[in-house]
Design a protein around this ligand. Structure first.
Ligand code: ADP
Ligand code: MG
Ligand code: MG
Length: 874
């Protein structure tokens, strides 16, 4: 296979082979953008290199040299020569972008002999020697493995001696000195001289780029981002252009839209008289790109034009690297920009509005889970009034974070792994901090811009980040930080708001998040395409409101047992359970009825105009009594207080608890079985539902009553008859017209097999996939998770957790049987699913495929379900 591609030979489709960087350099060359010329060694060569080692490069030597000659011919310069010297960069670049994780070497090709000649070409010795010292530093660090800090020490020492602050202030003599010191450092640290032969430099650099595929931080990054280890990296060899040449030269990075919010505006930073890494390395604080509009309006407009051209070409936000040499713009990289969930959604919606993509395309682009990620907590507006903002930085990645201050990545990792919430506070982060960034709740840096390392990584991980908080002074030795008159130290709590860039001392109150306008619009589009209805599981008016605001079409499952657990009524629930006779039981049920009427009214009010399906009581009664030990403690306590009546009551409770105890409560006296034996309980619930509606003639609800855990048609009929009787007792004389449907949960394998019989009587089915999974596998969910399921998953006995994603083969097959049987009997019987699978993306795909009418899921996952249902259709 072809192992080397000149830039004009590649294109953007060849990412796997040429790496993202190489493929896009090729593409930019093809569409006529100003790209310094070069060639690409494919990632397949890297894969071979990993298997066979150095000989792979040796064999390719002639081809590489031939390609280099092509570059020389095209640009009219000569590598290794003293006149018209060609310098190149050797750049890594894999199929999937791993920014800053692997190696790149600049200014390659200089040595003691040609540096003087090189300087004459530019008539600028300072610049030439700056390039040479950069080469030794980068090469020494990247290829020869000498720590970056040791070079910095040399620089710092000379800066101190000369009392200068910035690199650009070095004189030629200073630079020459630095070069001497650097070479000594290389010799001392490695026992080898810095290679003077440019060709040796080139081949060493190529091998080093291949090897950087397997350096520690690249491996960590791949693990964190689920990138396969066997892709390998391509190597790009490209003519150098010099942003460090003079004051009408610069280097920079730019986004075609904000990677944090998605706002349409050129975003980024540039640094005059600087090269490559200087922008992100925080050597000098870069300027925001909008300043370029004033400083170099021509370049700015050209860059903006290119940015728009690239966006249209790639139909996506672009993250670009560029260099200006002598007032001329060169493009050095472009890729689809990483972005926050917020930005992803805004961009997709804006692209539709701008006519770049269509609605379907926008829907396909958004991973439904992003709709959960955009639900960041925000600082409460009230808290903003009370708490003082102690400093402001750049809003680099949205969300509020509260945590303990730590100043090192290792400490962040240590505490984070113990479950502590920490905020990593750094002057600037580097790829070596990745372990700490991964564990931190939020990130705060004193230097760096929107495209600094910390900002990029935080956005990738969806963590709040405030970057470039210039007022922040960090003393790493003392482990304290200062902003104005405020100091905080390691271990103190701070709060940061990555959406506004604000920093607060202590813990500041946050509020529940909402969907953005763009997300709402995207979901409206999704609604146009989906067939599957989306309902919510909601048990309280609060949840019902949440569900409604997230776009649920109704409540598909309202679990009444949650109402029984509420504080002030639990006492009546317990007395009801302990009642010695039916008469007594009814007395307490009457009390409970009052509560239930109110509960239902609240929910109906929140869902006015929509449908509400209420499930009758499901869990076994013993769940409502306290645990044995608790009762015993309470008895001891009451004895001390001489409350004999209470003691007697508690002893009775203990007895009752014993009587109710089941060996296997999951398969015990619960669901419809409870309602059949204690009809008065279901009677109370059904009556409360009707009365709630009768009392509120202003509210319109499509009512459903749902019977849980039915295995046989006779069970269902008993409850249906009960409902009919209560209907006749309550409704006709009330003057209120109430229509309702009575249906059943399908959550037992037997129910699936006799769904035709059940379907004769039931007006709807709702698959309770949690119980159906339990009973199909014979796994008790509560026992499985802790005891063996994790082992099953780790050892691939099961591919996936059936409680998370529906088991298509088993549970799914039963569902299909039930659907077929049900619809054979009653063609238009409404069939849905409730239970956690209703909000799971992949399960929704399946539910759509087997023709369910609706899913019902947690109110928080309603947006996810709406989008997933649309994606399942298009
Ligand atoms: P990374 O993958 O870590 O971003 P790059 O290969 O993109 O590494 O190189 C980093 C930076 O070095 C680039 O953004 C660019 O500024 C600079 N650079 C790379 N090649 C050249 C070149 N041929 N001329 C000028 N600058 C270059
Ligand atoms: Mg780059
Ligand atoms: Mg169930």
């Amino acid at each position: 296979a072809k192992e080397i591609f000149m830039f004009e030979e590649g294109n953007k489709e060849l990412k796997a082979l040429l790496g993202g960087k190489g493929a896009n350099l090729s593409e930019m060359t093809r569409i006529g953008l100003p790209v310094p010329y070069g060639f690409i060694i494919t990632s397949e060569v890297c894969v071979d290199y990993m298997k066979q080692g150095e000989e792979v490069v040796e064999k390719l030597k002639d081809d590489i040299l031939e390609s280099l000659i092509k570059v020389e011919d095209k640009v009219g310069k000569s590598f290794a020569a003293s006149e018209n010297t060609l310098l190149v960069s050797v750049r890594s670049g894999a199929k999937i972008s791993m920014p800053g994780m692997m190696d790149t070497i600049l200014d390659l090709g200089l040595n003691d002999n040609n540096v003087e000649g090189f300087s004459e070409q530019f008539n600028d010795r300072r610049f030439a020697y700056d390039c040479y010292r950069r080469l030794i530093q980068m090469f020494g660090n990247v290829v020869m493995g000498i720590e970056h800090d040791r070079f910095e020490e040399v620089l710092t020492a000379i800066k101190k001696e000369k009392k200068i602050k910035y690199d650009i202030e070095f004189s030629i003599e200073d630079l020459k000195n630095i070069i001497v010191e650097y070479k000594k450092l290389v010799k001392n640290a490695t026992g080898r001289e810095f290679p003077q032969d440019p060709y040796e430099q080139l081949f060493m650099a190529i091998k080093s780029v291949f090897e950087s595929w397997n350096n520690k931080r690249a491996i960590t990054y791949r693990k964190l981002n689920n990138i396969p280890d066997d892709l390998g990296t391509a190597v790009n060899i490209q003519m150098m252009v010099y942003g460090n040449k003079n004051d009408i030269s610069a280097t920079g990075v730019a986004f075609s839209r904000s990677p944090s919010t998605g706002e349409k505006k050129l975003y980024g930073e540039y640094l005059k008289n600087a090269q490559g890494e200087d922008v992100v390395a925080g050597i000098r604080t870069p300027r925001e790109i909008n300043e370029m509009e004033k400083e170099f309006p021509g370049i700015y407009n050209q860059l903006k034009g290119i940015s728009q051209k690239l966006e249209l070409h790639y139909k996506d936000v672009q993250d670009m690297e560029f260099t200006v040499m002598d007032g001329k713009l060169y493009m050095l990289q472009t890729r689809n920009g990483k972005r926050t969930a917020d930005a992803a959604i805004k961009v997709a919606v804006d692209f539709v509005k701008e006519g770049i993509i269509d609605k379907k395309n926008a829907i396909r682009r958004i991973d439904p889970e992003l709709l959960i990620k955009i639900m960041h907590s925000r600082i409460s507006p009230n808290a903003k009034k009370i708490n003082r903002v102690i400093a402001k930085g750049l809003p680099a990645s949205p969300g509020a974070a509260i945590g303990e201050v730590v100043f090192t990545a290792d400490k962040a990792e240590l505490l984070g792994k113990k479950g502590k919430k920490v905020i990593l506070v750094r002057i600037e982060t580097t790829p070596d901090d990745i372990n700490g960034l991964a564990q931190a709740e939020g990130i705060l840096t004193a230097r760096g811009g929107m495209t600094s390392h910390a900002a990029v990584v935080a956005r990738g991980m969806g963590k709040p980040c405030v970057a470039g908080c210039n007022e922040l002074e960090i003393d790493l030795k003392e482990k304290i930080a200062k902003v104005g008159d405020v100091t905080f130290k390691s271990g103190d709590i701070i709060t940061l708001d990555g959406g506004s860039g604000e920093l607060y001392l202590g813990e500041v109150a946050t509020i529940e998040p909402n969907l953005s306008e763009e997300a709402k619009l995207l979901l409206e589009w999704a609604d146009e395409f989906r067939k599957l209805g989306v309902m919510a599981n909601a048990d309280t008016p609060f949840d019902a409101k949440k569900a409604r605001s997230n776009g649920a079409e109704g409540i598909g499952l309202c679990r009444t047992e949650h109402m029984f657990f509420e504080k002030e009524r639990l006492e009546f629930v317990q007395k009801m359970i302990m009642a010695g006779s039916k008469k007594d039981r009814i007395k307490y049920l009457d009390e409970l009825e009052k509560f239930q009427i109110k509960d239902f009214q609240g929910i109906f009010e929140a869902m006015d105009g929509l449908s509400v399906t209420i499930r009758l009581l499901d869990p076994p009664l013993h769940e409502f009594l306290p645990k044995k030990d608790k009762i015993k403690d309470q008895i001891g306590f009451e004895l001390k207080r001489h409350n004999i009546d209470k003691v007697k009551y508690l002893e009775k409770m203990l007895k009752k608890l014993d009587a109710l105890q089941e060996v296997n409560p999951m398969l015990g006296h619960r669901g419809v079985r409870l309602g059949i034996v204690y009809k008065e309980i279901y009677e109370m619930q059904i009556r409360a539902i009707f009365i709630a509606l009768i009392k509120r003639p202003d509210i319109k609800i499509k009512l459903g009553i749902m019977v849980p855990l039915v295995a046989d048609i006779n069970e269902f009929t008993v409850i249906k008859d009960l409902a009919k009787r209560i209907e006749l007792e309550e409704i006709p004389h009330s003057g209120r017209k109430i229509e309702y449907e009575i249906g059943t949960m399908i959550e037992l394998p037997r129910a699936c097999m006799v769904a035709d019989e059940i379907g004769k009587e039931a007006e709807f089915f709702s698959f309770g996939t949690n119980d159906l999974t339990q009973t199909t596998f014979g796994f008790s969910r509560d026992d499985a998770e802790g005891k063996f399921l994790h082992y099953y998953l780790e050892n691939k006995i099961l591919e996936r957790d059936p409680f998370q994603t529906i088991d298509v083969k088993g549970v799914g097959a039963l569902m299909k049987i039930a659907i077929e049987k049900g619809r054979n009997i009653k063609t238009d019987i409404k069939i849905g699913v409730c239970g956690e699978h209703g909000g799971d993306i992949e399960s929704i795909d399946f539910f759509n495929e087997i023709g369910l009418d609706y899913v019902s899921c947690s109110p928080y996952r309603v947006p996810v379900a709406r989008l997933s249902a649309a994606r399942a259709e298009i």
